[in-house]
Design a protein around this ligand. Structure first.
Ligand code: AMP
Length: 114
């Protein structure tokens, strides 16, 4: 997708340090961190929202959770705790329409979120 900022990062058109990469995902730090650790896990395929995940792609979600746990351990937030969240559509707070999960940690999280 030509205008998608995350597609540009995945294609290497926007210099961004990748913390993780495999055939399905990349991970990099959020440009506007909401916690001491704020990493985005982004699917390589341009899928606009989590509503668009087809049945054949369900394994992708489990994979995202496993990679998030690995990154949480590497960033020393696994034991203290973290939040893994994906915003969907306008009222869910989604601003980039390419599936991603926010891995947040390093501070106490509020519930319910604002
Ligand atoms: P959401 O609002 O859930 O769609 O999350 C989009 C996230 O992408 C926001 O937290 C932004 O700060 C982040 N973001 C936007 N552009 C960039 C970028 N170039 N590099 C890293 N993070 C970005």
């Amino acid at each position: 997708m030509e205008d998608c900022i995350f597609c540009k990062i995945i294609k290497g058109e926007l210099a961004t340090e990748l913390l993780y990469e495999d055939d399905q995902l990349v991970a990099f730090r959020d440009i506007d961190p909401q916690a001491p650790v704020h990493i985005l896990l982004v699917t390589k395929e341009h899928i606009p929202t989590i509503l668009d995940i087809e049945e054949r792609k369900q394994g992708l979600i489990g994979h995202i959770y496993r990679v998030a746990a690995k990154l949480a351990r590497e960033n020393n937030i696994a034991e203290t705790g973290y939040r893994l969240v994906s915003n969907c559509n306008k009222e869910g707070g989604q601003t980039v329409f390419h599936i991603h999960f926010h891995l947040l940690g390093g501070r106490s999280m509020q519930w319910p979120p604002g």
